[in-house]
Design a protein around this ligand. Structure first.
Ligand code: SF4
Length: 214
């Protein structure tokens, strides 16, 4: 990773904004930012925020959601964590804590304004962003978002065909909480996922062949 991105990622990993200058209630634990930026990846996975397991592991998507996401992408864990293939930046880098019912709180709103644009400016090879869930979709495709997740997802072909750089292809969160949504929308599995797998494999192959020419 080039020095500038390395330095900025190190600063983000040492960030304490949400305990020292929070907007509202402070983060209820020590920050542990989880991010995998990359100056060479062609695909950015824009997730939501770490859950409890990722907070412990310090690596993104080391949980059941990650297993499902890798299945959707058609990649192995080795390919997924290879920074030549993917950069991974959630909308909130730290686990935000849980509500009274045990559900994860939304990503910290301090995080994206502080870190997202500077980090992305040092990741020039990103060709495709996969915004996962409402928060990432609001940030990465504000003009293209529908009034609900379902409405957004149903127009995925139009969104992907929109000539913006980088291209965007929205995804629902791969959490078990969305299993009901997946059942109600079988086109996601039959239409979108084969398309997604092809796009990802093509970009990984392109990336590998470009690397081999260097
Ligand atoms: S969530 Fe983001 S802004 Fe808040 S402490 Fe973690 S890295 Fe910093």
């Amino acid at each position: 990773m080039p020095d500038a991105l390395e330095r900025l990622a190190a600063k983000a990993r040492a960030c304490r904004i949400c305990v020292e200058a929070p907007l509202g209630l402070a983060l209820p634990h020590d920050p542990r930012p989880v991010l995998l930026p990359s100056s060479t990846a062609h695909v950015l996975i824009a997730g939501q925020a770490p859950g409890t397991k990722v907070h412990v592991s310090g690596m993104p998507f080391t949980d059941a959601s990650g297993d499902r996401l890798r299945d959707w992408l058609g990649v192995t864990p080795e390919e997924f964590y290879d920074r030549r293939n993917f950069a991974i930046l959630p909308m909130g880098f730290c686990f935000p804590g849980q509500d009274a019912k045990g559900g994860d709180l939304p990503p910290r709103r301090e995080c994206a304004p502080a870190w997202r644009a500077p980090l992305l400016s040092l990741m020039p090879r990103i060709e495709l962003v996969l915004p996962i869930g409402l928060y990432a979709q609001r940030w990465h495709m504000p003009q293209l978002q529908g009034t609900s997740l379902t409405e957004t997802m149903m127009k995925w072909r139009t969104i992907f065909a929109t000539p913006v750089r980088p291209l965007v292809l929205p995804l629902p969160h791969p959490s078990w909480r969305n299993s009901g949504w997946l059942k109600k929308n079988p086109w996601f599995e039959t239409d979108l996922l084969p398309f997604l797998k092809t796009e990802i494999r093509r970009r990984m192959t392109t990336c590998a062949s470009k690397e081999s020419l260097v």
